[in-house]
Design a binder for this molecule. Sequence first.
Ligand SMILES: NC(=O)c1ccc[n+]([C@@H]2O[C@H](COP(=O)([O-])OP(=O)(O)OC[C@H]3O[C@@H](n4cnc5c(N)ncnc54)[C@H](O)[C@@H]3O)[C@@H](O)[C@H]2O)c1
Length: 251
Amino acid sequence: MDLELGGKSVVICGGARGIGRACAEAFVREGARVAIFDWNADLLAEARQAMGHDILAVQVDVSDAASVDAAHAQAIETFGAIDVGFNNAGINSPPRAIEDTSEEDWDRVINVNLKGIWLCTRAQVRHMRPRNRGSIINTTSNVAFTGAPGFAAYVAAKHGIVGITRTVALELAKTEVRINAIAPGTVRTSLGGEMRKFVDPFADALIRKGLPIGRFGEPSEVADAVLWLASPRSSFALGSTLVIDGGFTAQ
Ligand SMILES: NC(=O)c1ccc[n+]([C@@H]2O[C@H](COP(=O)([O-])OP(=O)(O)OC[C@H]3O[C@@H](n4cnc5c(N)ncnc54)[C@H](O)[C@@H]3O)[C@@H](O)[C@H]2O)c1
């Protein structure tokens, strides 16, 4: 299948490692021009070194409006336009029961995982709507459809991303700008590993409940879905959330 991504300009927020990095590599293989936005300067430098200097690497904090807007302006100036926005930056927090969760922990997770999605989506829609073209993909999680004891802020943010994605899809429905989301399950990345090992009772519960497919996912398996949603091949997908979780939420 020709994804028609050659020459397209792609911005990947949280693109320096894990799922974002696998997507950056996959877009490059399709001939796209890629900008990776990430707050970790060391990871950015390493990614740029590994992927070649055609990559635009910008240090961005997705929870900060000025930083997000400036990075998008830089990508537009460099590439001439942004065709695809992949909003994927995310963090977790140590698991805590709701009564022990601090305001600081709550704000940190919500600001990166939810406000960050809103700020990046806003910057992209401001650019794409007047051009009447573009595809935006937001990363949520399969916990957008379940609970996860100890992770209220993370789960709330991921539920919220489904709502933002649906709402913006309806706002854009009559335009040629589409927005969708992906909901990965447990994928073999640093963040996925942290989530699993954080607290044994929770990790054990997850493992006991079991992944029907019998293994964790690979970042490249998520990337294939992101590329499809970015491509005109998914032209009838609007406001959807594609679950890629080895059957976990099918149980
Ligand atoms: N790995 C999993 O099992 C899993 C499952 C479901 C959902 N997800 C989601 O997938 C996304 C990617 O996760 P991953 O597993 O690849 O994690 P990861 O930690 O490997 O990568 C996340 C990237 O986001 C960057 N980042 C974090 N906060 C940022 C900020 N404020 N501004 C800019 N960049 C920031 C990090 O530096 C890192 O490069 C996240 O939104 C995560 O919640 C992951």
